[in-house]
Ligand binder design. Structure first.
Ligand SMILES: *[C@@H]1O[C@H](CO)[C@@H](O)[C@H](O)[C@H]1NC(C)=O
Length: 197
């Protein structure tokens, strides 16, 4: 068999490149704890996402807020973030996404606008500890979520089988009673196409 020298070099460069990015199979792991718990919500902008397992982030707690005191967002209320907190835990879903959806996910999280910063976390799962990308809000100001946002978080937690006790905690979260359009409408358009009963 004859492999040309140039393709050999190309292969070497490709291997080096993939080693550097740390995702040699072209995918990355993502830990979701907010609206991206719901598959249909995550798929709006990140269609490659596939479920891996549920998991727990130890020594963090779940918060809802805005990255600036009066920040406007598509959800009309506080959105989820994590904060380090000894003894607490945040449950979520580990998704695998193709590297093509790294910029789309960062974009959804407003990374370039400074809304969230990516961070690497160790998620405990039944398959052992998985290193995942996740996102933490910058400049956090506590604010109640809209009922629509809460609904998506709870639906996602239920869809992917987060522990019942944790789901009960999510269901107990107070909302700001907002009523009006939100991202939930886009999700409903996917999950409940008009005319299909
Ligand atoms: C939302 O409505 C409930 C029930 O009417 C009320 O108890 C709660 O205080 C309201 N919350 C806000 C933030 O207005």
């Amino acid at each position: 068999m004859c492999v040309s020298y140039s393709s050999y070099i190309f292969l070497l460069i490709a291997i080096c490149f993939l080693e550097m990015s740390g995702t040699s199979d072209g995918n990355f792991m993502y830990f979701a704890f907010g609206s991206n718990l719901l598959r249909e919500r995550l798929h709006l902008k990140n269609p490659s996402a596939a479920f891996v397992c549920t998991g727990r982030l130890k020594d963090y707690k779940l918060n809802f807020g805005l990255w600036e005191e009066k920040a406007e967002n598509l959800w009309h209320g506080g959105v989820a973030t994590i904060e380090s907190c000894q003894g607490e835990e945040v449950w979520g879903v580990v998704w695998t996404l193709s590297n093509e959806n790294l910029p789309t996910l960062d974009n959804q999280e407003g990374v370039s606008r400074g809304v969230y910063s990516p961070l690497e976390v160790s998620v405990e799962t039944d398959d052992g500890v998985i290193q995942c990308r996740t996102y933490q809000m910058n400049n956090f100001h506590a604010s109640l979520p809209s009922p629509q946002y809460k609904q998506v978080v709870c639906q996602g937690a239920e869809q992917n089988g987060l522990p019942r006790k944790y789901l009960e905690r999510l269901e107990a979260i107070q909302t700001n009673n907002y009523s009006g359009p939100s991202v939930l409408d886009q999700i409903r358009a996917v999950t409940q196409p008009p005319g299909i009963k």
